[in-house]
Design a protein around this ligand. Structure first.
Ligand SMILES: [Zn+2]
Length: 69
């Protein structure tokens, strides 16, 4: 499982299970207690608690740019 505190806006993640549209890749579009993500395949948005989101993510495939890297 990824670190729930290590999710950044604009990260692209791969989920363990596919969306009903068949897509696995999502972009983080909202950060807070709940994480908002947009499916890169069908463009739909989801919102779920950060801990649940972290469990569903298999890997972060593209990190958003950070100044400290
Ligand atoms: Zn989708």
């Amino acid at each position: 499982m990824i670190d729930p505190t290590d999710i950044r806006l604009d990260d692209v993640v791969r989920m363990r299970k596919p969306h009903p549209c068949g897509g696995y890749e999502w972009r983080v579009v909202r950060l807070g207690t709940d994480i908002g993500a947009r499916c890169l395949t069908c463009d739909r948005k989801i919102l779920m608690p950060r801990s649940q989101f972290a469990k569903r993510v298999k890997t972060i495939i593209q990190r958003a740019a950070m100044n400290d890297e």
